[in-house]
Structure formats: C-alpha cells, structure tokens
Write a protein that binds this ligand. Structure first.
Ligand code: MG
Length: 390
C-alpha cells in the first residue's frame, strides 16, 4: 500500500487508550478492523434495518450489507488517493455499530425517551460500543481501538456531548467538534462512501420493493441519465422481463460516476492545498468532496428518496409501530430493570439508582440500542402481550 504524506500511517498513530504491545504481522489499523469484525455488535448488524424491516425480504440491505458496501467503496477510493485502506475499512465497518433497531425511527424514539438525560445519538453510541459496551478483554471495557478509528466513528457530535468527551479524554476524539477542525481524510472519505452507498442501494431496494418506480425516478438526473444511456446502448433491456438488468446497469454507472467524481475533485483539492501531513489535512477545509455539480445531483436524489421512499405510507406505518415498540420497551425496562439481560440488570441496580436516575436511563438505552429488529419485536411481545412488526 502506497501512502501519501497526508494519509494516516499506523506507525504514527496517536495510539490506544490502554497501551498494548504491537502485533507481529498486522498493522494497528488491521488489528482495529479485525477487532470490529469479531465484535458482537458487528454480528448483530445482520438483523438490523436500514429502511426496510429485516423480515420484509431477504434481498434488502441490512446494516451489515450496507457497512460492507461502504467499506468496498471506501477502499476503492482510498487506493486511488493513496489513503490508508485498512483504516478506511475499519471505520466503514464500525460506522453503524451504534444504530438502534428499526433504523431512524428507532433512533428518534430512543432520543425522545432520553430527553433530559443526555439524549440518544447513534454516532456517539457507535463510539460507546467500541469504547465501553463490548466485553471481550480481561482488563478493559470495549475494543481499545486506535485514536484514528475512533475519530472516524464519531462522525457528528453535539457541542454538549463533545464537552463531556473532552472532560473524560482531554485532546481526544471530542476535541475537533469544539475546535471546528476536520477529521482525517480517511474519516472524511467514509462519510462520502456512506452517502454514495445509500444513494444507490435505496434506489435498488426501493424499486425492487415496488414502493418507487423507474417512471417516478425520471425526475432524478443522477439516476435517470444513466438509465437512458443504458437503454441507448442496450435497447433489449426495455423489454418487460429485463427490468432488473436495466436497474442494476444504471445503478452500476451511477456508482462509478460518483466514485470518479470524488476522486477527481479530491485530487484537485489536494493539489491546491498540498497538505504535508495528516494534521495539516485536519487543519484544512474539508478536502474530500463531490464536485459542485455532483453534490447538487446527490441532494436532488436525497430529496426524492425522502419524499417518495422514507415517507411512503407503507414505510411510515412501520415507522409509527417501531416508535411504539421502542417507547414501550423503554418504559417496561425502567419499571422492572430485572427484565433486561443479567449484565444490564446488574449495571442498572449497582448504579444504586432509582429508576429515574440518568445512569439507569442510560443502561436501558444501551440495552435497547444493541437489539436487533427481531429481538426487539419479541421482547416487546413478551413484555406487553402485543405483537407488532413481527
Ligand atoms: Mg451508514
């Protein structure tokens, strides 16, 4: 792997919170990636929803397949920009670890439950998973990942949460939200790879589910230009049984166009700014981006998906039920913490806490956030006798 001067180099990592001896054959970022792949939270991603419920169809994306797609896109862009592929892969595979069951509906509901107790934010939760909630090592909580991987995982953070992080870990991963600086280019890349991945797969899943149609998508140039281009080259794909091939070919072209756009735009920005080190890249304006034209097209697509897919009546029905499941689970565990798995129940009790204390609320939030869609539905049925989303 050839690394540019502005790429993260594992030999110059800011290190781990608990000192460890280095591994004989793997770099620090490879170790981070391996720790993430072997974590329990990573395995649970397979049963967590992106837009569609896990049981609605075997071919829809889950958070696991989404994360793999982000890693693929990220690595491929990283290689052409001479950024650190291993770090990009580690961040990409961990970026959604803190997501609740039932996608954004779950996160919104949990955030409301935690109102007045620090709220709930999935980026911060991803960091909590790798810093505290995974129990895999004899002497410390979490996975003890390097600073650079943790920096990339914490994509957004409120000022208040950044201050709390800074108090526990001065100069740590919360710092940049107070200083308004950028994360490493590898972290910036993962954000964009995330966007490219879901732009494409939400069209794919949306069309195959029947919730949106190719006709509707004609108002979205980022997709429709490639659909028309494909038909010009392969007229037979207009046939009634060829819809899937047409969809895939258009999406493939759309993905490539976005990837090349990021690479070209970023190369130009890097030539202009010429950052001589990782820290120089962090101190600069965001250097990794789409061109202005692509950014606009991507925004149009997002608007379309928001109006036509994420707010589709069928999705909204699921969303409403998901919020109810999360809310009622939260109330049930708060009333009776002993209903949670032993480790969480003990944490809630040893907090010495009344059910209203911030510590108890956070334990309940951690427990619910870790659930898969189906486990949350089953638990809800067990505790309330009502069957929703199962
Ligand atoms: Mg994502």
């Amino acid at each position: 792997m050839t690394l540019a001067a502005f790429a993260c180099d594992p030999a110059h990592s800011r290190g781990r919170r608990y000192a460890e001896t280095s591994a004989p054959t793997r770099t620090e970022y490879q170790r981070d990636r391996d720790r993430i792949v072997h974590s329990s939270a990573f395995r649970r991603l397979v049963y967590k929803t992106q837009v569609f419920l896990n049981h609605e169809g075997d071919l829809f994306r889950t958070r696991l397949t989404h994360s793999l797609e982000v890693a693929q896109l990220g690595r491929s862009i990283a290689r052409s920009l001479e950024l650190n592929e291993d770090l990009v892969e580690a961040i990409a595979l961990a970026h959604d670890l803190g997501h609740t069951p039932f996608g954004h509906a779950g996160q919104d509901a949990l955030n409301e439950c935690m109102d007045g107790a620090g709220g709930f934010e999935h980026n911060l939760q991803s960091l909590r998973v790798v810093d505290q909630l995974e129990e895999r090592y004899p002497l410390f909580d979490g996975l003890n990942l390097t600073f650079e991987t943790r920096e990339g995982i914490l994509k957004h953070c409120s000022r208040l949460n950044a201050q709390t992080l800074e108090a526990c870990e001065p100069g740590g991963v919360g710092r940049r939200f107070l200083d308004h600086t950028q994360p490493s280019l590898e972290a910036q890349l993962c954000n964009l790879a995330d966007e490219i991945a879901y732009n494409a797969h939400d069209i794919d899943d949306g069309v195959r589910s029947g919730l949106i149609t190719l006709e509707q998508l004609q108002v979205v140039p980022l997709f429709d230009d490639f659909r028309r281009q494909t038909l010009l080259e392969y007229a037979h794909l207009a046939g009634p049984t060829q819809g899937r091939r047409l969809l895939y070919e258009a999406i493939r072209r759309m993905l490539s166009a976005q990837v090349y756009d990021v690479i070209d735009t970023t190369r130009q920005a890097l030539e202009r700014a010429a950052p001589a080190s990782v820290d120089a890249a962090r101190a600069a304006q965001p250097l990794l981006s789409f061109s202005e034209d692509m950014r606009k097209k991507s925004m149009m697509l997002k608007q379309f998906l928001l109006q036509n897919l994420y707010r589709h009546p069928q999705v909204m029905l699921m969303t409403g039920q998901a919020r109810q499941v999360i809310r009622e689970l939260f109330e049930a565990y708060l009333r009776e913490p002993v209903q949670m798995q032993a480790g969480f129940a003990v944490r809630a009790q040893t907090a010495g806490a009344t059910s209203e204390s911030a510590v108890t609320l956070r334990v309940v939030a951690d427990y619910i956030a870790g659930m898969t869609d189906r486990f949350a539905s089953r638990e809800h049925e067990r505790l309330t006798g009502q069957r929703l989303l199962a």
